[in-house]
Design a protein around this ligand. Structure first.
Ligand SMILES: [Zn+2]
Length: 492
């Protein structure tokens, strides 16, 4: 396993050619995590990862609150009997549940699940809290970790404990609940693209691939550098399934009783970290967007000879000024060489580097270097903070353009299943094709296609664009008349 010592050597791995090696090296070498904790599938998050996740939470939480969600913190444990109430849900999740069966030396009569998701905890309380029409809508979120007994794990992509946000909302009508899923879709794709430069494709998943116990699932796919998709979150319309199962009822305005319609939304903070690292990173390490970078600017003194001490002193002062200006900055005044420092901060994804030497100080300037393009710009010290913010925005714009162009270049049409297979093998990405149905009756074709293409999955239909099959188009698998246009991709 690569260690953080890697950062001290020249790092040069081709992300496009060997993404798996790149990813498996960078998550440790950049100092995001330490993988040496002695329980498989559980990860120690170092300050870089912890601050990056906090930055992502800080983008999403205010959006949820502006949309009327209140924060809550529910217990990590859920009693087994709650779990068994909704039949599809229990079937979907029980194979992955960690059970707490003992406290001290005492065997529990009722085993406790470590939450794999919290519907069955929330609905227990919704039954007590929701009584009247006026109690609705009820909208909560919690930022927490959940636990799933996964066999194959990969940090930030699949873990036995991972970080996310879960919302649980209840509404008086189906229309309001479905409206909420549309809002969730909008919030997720906007935050990821506008602030993190990660383009998201929103799908309505096929019926055979929905959340256990739900009616409709909408999910957010991000294209990874190896052509596979990473689902970074999802939102679910649950209809009345959970409210009926848990006996959650409200008195309507006209006096009758009704079960609320509910939704849940799960932005995968862990997976967003993986997406940001993978979509933007390059052969030298991470490239973090200015908005969430735990260190936005590294000041590196170029100190030589007799004025070395004066340069370092001045750099510390400049960094302190930037900090006062609200910029997350470090002044790297260690005795390492400038080259070593450049590599070190580049590996960690710091968006901007400021180089200051004796000549710059005399001229009252600094050299600003962008992490993504390595473009250098000489700016007056008096305007340094403003210039850094401007460069930070310019860098995000470049990252967005590159990521969007990459996604566009990875959507390919196919008319036969052989073509689907060829595209998935040669370049990956999405294959747009005709399909018989995304209702239950299409599942057999999806399974056949998945087997034929060795892992190509029907991701569903686009949410933000209505697409109708061409006249006379046939399902790519069974040859029956096509009812829908779907996208096929391999996934994590
Ligand atoms: Zn078919």
């Amino acid at each position: 396993m690569a260690s953080t010592m890697m950062a001290q050597r020249e790092f040069d791995l081709d992300k496009r050619k060997n993404f798996s090696e790149w990813y498996n090296t960078i998550i440790y070498a950049s100092g995001l995590i330490d993988g040496r904790y002695n329980v498989a599938g559980f990860v120690v998050h170092k300050p870089l990862a912890t601050r990056l996740m906090r930055g992502i939470y800080a983008l999403l939480e205010p959006e949820l609150e502006a949309d009327g969600h209140e924060p809550v913190a529910f217990p990590t444990v859920i009693p087994k009997e709650n779990f068994e109430i909704e039949k599809e849900h229990v079937a979907g999740f029980v194979p992955q549940v960690f059970w707490v069966t003992k406290g001290g030396g005492e065997e529990f009569a009722r085993p406790l699940a470590l939450r794999p998701t919290s519907e069955t905890a929330f609905y227990q309380m919704f039954a007590l809290w929701i009584k009247a029409h006026s109690d609705l809508p009820m909208k909560f979120y919690q930022s927490c970790t959940v636990f799933r007994y996964e066999h194959e794990t990969l940090p930030f992509i699949r873990g036995r404990e991972f970080h996310w946000i879960e919302t649980h909302d209840a509404f008086a009508t189906a229309k309001e609940a479905l409206g909420q899923t549309a809002t969730d879709n909008e919030i997720f794709s906007r935050v990821l693209f506008d602030h993190l430069g990660v383009p998201v494709t929103v799908f309505k998943r096929p019926q055979w691939d929905k959340f256990p116990g739900g009616e409709e699932t909408f999910a957010y796919d991000v294209l990874m550098p190896d052509g596979k998709m990473l689902q970074c979150g999802s939102t679910h319309y649950l209809g009345q399934n959970f409210t009926k199962a848990f006996g959650v009822k409200f008195t309507k305005a006209d006096g009758g009783e009704e079960f609320p319609f509910s939704t849940c939304f799960g932005p995968g903070v862990w997976r967003i970290v993986a997406a940001v690292a993978s979509v933007h990173g390059d052969n030298k390490g991470l490239i973090l967007p200015f908005s969430v970078a735990p260190v936005q600017v590294a000041v590196v003194p170029i100190a030589k000879g007799e004025n070395a001490e004066a340069v370092v002193k001045e750099c510390r002062k400049i960094a302190a000024g930037l900090k006062k200006d609200g910029i997350r900055v470090v002044c790297d005044d260690s005795d390492k060489s400038p080259g070593f420092k450049y590599n070190y901060w580049e590996m960690r994804g710091v968006p901007l580097r400021v180089e200051i030497g004796g000549r710059e100080l005399e001229a009252g300037t600094a050299t600003v270097v962008r992490r993504d393009t390595r473009e250098k710009k000489v700016v007056p010290l008096a305007k340094l903070a403003d210039e850094l913010r401007k460069e930070g925005s310019a860098m995000l714009a470049t990252l967005k353009d590159a990521a969007e162009a990459d996604l566009k270049a990875h959507v390919t049409e196919a008319k036969t299943k052989e073509e689907v297979k060829n595209v998935l093998e040669s370049k990956g990405g999405f294959v747009r094709t005709h399909f018989c149905s995304t209702a239950r009756d299409g599942e057999a074709c999806a399974k056949e296609l998945q087997a034929f293409t060795i892992g190509g999955k029907v991701r569903g239909t686009l949410v933000n664009k209505e697409e109708k099959p061409a006249a006379g188009a046939k399902c790519v698998v069974c040859g029956h008349s096509a009812k829908t246009v779907v996208y096929v991709a391999k996934q994590y």
